[in-house]
Design a protein around this ligand. Structure first.
Ligand code: CTP
Length: 404
């Protein structure tokens, strides 16, 4: 398969040589494209020797235009991989700026796109870069997260290019997807919602998003097409998931409504606010002398609405969570019925080792068939248990659909 390897001007550019070699060892044909500044870090001859192909450095090079090269490569490439990806190229991709070969190729290709960002920690955390990364993620661009360590600029922090092996492995996963959920579309919500009172204050909750993110990561690892609708969290996007970030319950309802259509399973792991201020003020609310009364109105119950919409159709499989203080069984069973869902993951959030904002969780999986207790385990392990159950329920449904 032809892989277009974009190399941009970061100190990690030398590691792209190892990436090219790794891809070639796995039988891929690599076409290296170097931006103007990449050539200040590594010589194009190095890539030429490894890929045994001319390196593309100029959109208008003589001899390269008879078969308009970026269009030809855009069609031939099975993957566009950019490693290292600087803040600059991320910004250009996000905003559709096409002022050289690589950025034009991004617009012209329909191949999947994988980027390995590398830059100084402050640059990576800058709102402009974060926003561009989110824009690209919402368009389906995949990322290999930068690692932490000593940066060339002398800092210690996040921003170092991921290791070549990890980049090659991520590329392989895109080129040869495999796993028990291959071909399945799973939509997951995670995190809290924030309901604004005024421009500086909001009502939120303690959900960290870890449980939903772990389910998204595990589903993607098993080959599913994953959409993660996330409330405000500090977590990095799980590899391979398409992330849509939202803030309020209303925004989450809208996003889930859109993505649930055509999904095989929907997992509502988000801690959605049940109430929102009747009126959010446009300017900051001044304090008064007496007590303050705020009128809250009910938000839409997203899960119940999805249950209502699905009716008796077999899909999407609907999974909800029930966070209760004390033994969750009775209320969870009520929720299973009232919201018309297939599986409730119930837990007791009054425990200090389970529920909100901790790494571990213990849960009871409740469905029409009965209850299964899971032991206290890492959220990533519980995610696996939940997905095993979802897979089982999906295959039962597929078998039933065949018989009918
Ligand atoms: N949920 C939802 N929309 C809401 C509130 C909750 O989709 N507006 C979903 C949650 O994501 C979770 C499930 O419903 O999967 C159960 O949420 P929980 O807060 O435990 O229960 P509630 O139904 O809100 O009931 P209560 O707060 O009265 O216990």
């Amino acid at each position: 398969m032809v892989i277009a390897l974009g190399v941009t001007g970061g100190i990690g550019a030398y590691k792209a040589v190892e990436v090219a070699r790794g891809l070639q060892k796995r039988g891929h044909d690599v076409v290296a494209i170097m931006t103007h500044s990449a050539r200040r870090f590594v010589g194009e001859v190095t890539f030429e020797a490894i890929t045994r192909r001319p390196v593309i450095t100029d959109q208008f090079a003589r001899g390269a235009n008879a078969d308009i090269e970026h269009i030809a490569l855009a069609t031939d490439a099975s993957l566009l991989l950019v490693a290292p990806a600087t803040a600059n190229v991320i910004g250009k991709f996000a905003n559709g700026i096409a002022d050289d070969f690589l950025t034009s190729l991004y617009l012209a290709t329909r191949a999947p796109v994988l980027m390995a960002p590398a830059m100084n920690t402050n640059m990576l955390e800058h709102a402009a870069v974060q926003r561009n990364l989110q824009t690209l993620a919402s368009r389906g661009v995949r990322f290999v997260d930068p690692g932490e360590g000593f940066l060339a600029c002398g800092w210690i922090g996040k921003g170092r290019l991921a290791e070549p092996d990890a980049i090659v492995a991520a590329a392989e996963r895109i080129l040869h997807p495999s796993g028990s959920l291959l071909g399945r579309r799973i939509v997951i919500s995670a995190g809290p919602t924030f309901e604004d009172l005024d421009p500086v204050r909001f009502i939120g909750n303690r959900s960290s998003g870890r449980m939903g993110y772990a389910i998204a990561a595990e589903s993607a690892r098993r080959g599913a097409h994953v959409v993660l609708v996330s409330g405000p969290t500090k977590l990095d996007a799980p590899a391979g998931a398409l992330v849509e970030r939202v803030r309020s319950a209303a925004e989450m309802a809208q996003a889930m409504g859109t993505h649930a259509a055509g999904a095989d399973a929907v997992v509502m792991a988000a801690a959605v606010a049940d109430y929102t201020p009747a009126h959010a003020l446009d300017s900051k609310m001044p304090k008064g002398d007496g007590p303050l009364q705020i009128t809250l109105v009910r938000t839409q119950d997203i899960l119940a609405e999805l249950g209502r919409r699905r009716g008796d159709a077999p899909l999407p499989l609907l999974v909800g969570f029930a966070a209760e203080t004390g033994d969750p069984r009775a209320r969870a069973r009520q929720k299973l019925q009232a919201k018309h869902v297939d599986l409730i993951v119930a837990n007791d959030v009054s425990r200090s080792d389970a529920g909100f904002d901790v790494e571990t969780n213990a849960a009871i999986l409740i469905s029409a068939d009965g209850e299964v207790d899971t032991p206290l385990q890492l959220k990533s392990e519980l995610a696996s248990t939940i997905i095993d159950r979802i897979e089982q329920m999906l295959s039962t449904r597929a078998a039933a659909a065949k018989q009918s």
